[in-house]
Design a protein around this ligand. Structure first.
Ligand code: FAD
Length: 335
């Protein structure tokens, strides 16, 4: 393999029902930064059916170029037609780097593509940078050994260098109004051989809860809340502040709350304006998901709890006593 032949950064654009996933914009933002260091350009790879209407939005978020595979077989995500399409795009255009969101779709797709193009894949990266040793290799950093160390992984002998990144980790750029990018249509035959699954029906889970990744204020509870009933105290404070309740993994594992509100390495990465950690010790796997929050307040009865090391404000005491007082004060201030 002549790795010099491989150029450019490609982003797999995840779209469902012609709506682009936020993580794809975040990856475009990061790619723009990496492209500067690599002296190359950013290409968005858009797969789907009747998706040309999405191209301008990709350009506004940093794509210099778009490769579009528009095919009825790509209308709803299915592993084989998508893996076949990405494989063919990579074989034809030979990108140096390909990034995917670490979503259910990205996690299904990226390993299959990496096996087909015979390259490596680093999953769940939290940091991406270009090596400044002249090689311009991609340095892919991710938590390893249960989050106790950060491992930086290279793929120096194979191309493309591929990584998945979880939603919320990278930041999208401020949209460039009026930006456009050339669109190259890549026609690909997706025959019966590549459609080994037939989707009969799509049933969507309806939820009226706000996604914790979109919340500006999170009131988060840990094992120190004592019991699931005490989560009502968090809800009261969240309601008073106009925020949302989230949780540590301990409470999810105990069956107190649903997994979709878990913050951390195996939950969601959040970056709210305000994160209030209540009865959470601050394990490294929890911090990995929230330490980028603008302001962190921690309430814990143990003054040596590691959460206080990342907190901007700390309250040492019993959450069940402090939370009602906190809520009362907020309500008074808001009245
Ligand atoms: P604990 O660590 O038990 O802490 C409870 C805290 O509450 C203590 O600090 C205690 O002093 C305080 N407390 C107790 N009673 C009160 C009270 N009445 N008032 C005030 N404070 C009180 N964890 C996550 O959160 N998210 C993840 O995504 C995640 N992923 C993981 C992935 C791996 C591979 C592994 C190995 C672990 C992962 N964990 C994750 C688990 C993590 O290591 C911790 O076990 C977990 O975060 C602990 O949750 P906690 O802080 O709620 O509970």
């Amino acid at each position: 393999m002549d790795i010099q032949e491989y150029k450019g950064i490609f982003i797999f654009v995840q779209q469902v029902d012609n709506k682009i996933a936020g993580v794809s914009f975040e990856l475009l933002g990061k790619a723009k930064e990496l492209a500067k260091d690599m002296e190359t350009e950013v290409t968005a790879v858009l797969l789907g059916y009747n998706v040309s209407g999405l191209c301008n939005d990709l350009a506004r978020h940093g794509a210099d170029k778009i490769i579009m595979v528009d095919n009825k077989a790509l209308e709803v995500y299915a592993t084989e037609p998508y893996a076949h399409s990405m494989y063919n795009v990579i074989e034809k255009y030979k990108p140096a780097v390909v990034l995917y969101g670490a979503t259910a779709i990205g996690r299904d797709l990226a390993p299959r593509v990496s096996a087909r193009v015979k390259t490596g894949l680093t999953a769940d990266c939290t940091k991406l940078e270009i090596a400044d040793d002249g090689t311009k290799n991609l340095r892919m950093t991710r938590p390893a050994f249960g989050g106790n160390i950060m491992a930086t992984i290279l793929c120096p002998e194979h191309r493309p260098q591929m990584a998945t990144v979880r939603p919320g980790v990278m930041q999208k750029i401020k949209p460039i109004e009026g930006a456009t990018a050339p669109v190259e249509k890549f026609d690909l035959e997706i025959g019966a051989d590549h459609q080994n699954v037939q989707i009969l029906d799509v049933i969507k889970k309806v939820s009226n809860k706000m996604d914790i990744q979109d919340a500006k204020i999170l009131v988060s509870g840990g094992r120190g809340m004592g019991c699931p009933e005490n989560f009502a105290l968090l809800k009261d404070l969240a309601d008073a502040l106009g925020g949302t309740v989230s949780s540590s993994r301990a409470c999810v594992d105990a069956g107190w709350v649903e997994k979709d509100i878990q913050v951390g390495q195996t939950g969601k990465t959040v970056r709210p304006n305000l994160y209030i950690a209540c009865g959470i010790s601050g394990a490294i796997q929890h911090l990995a998901g929230m330490e980028e929050s603008d302001v962190i307040i921690a309430i814990n009865k143990d003054e040596t709890a590691p959460i206080f090391e990342v907190a901007d404000y700390g309250i040492v005491g019993d959450v069940t006593k402090i939370l009602p007082l906190f809520t009362e004060e907020v309500k008074k201030a808001m009245a």
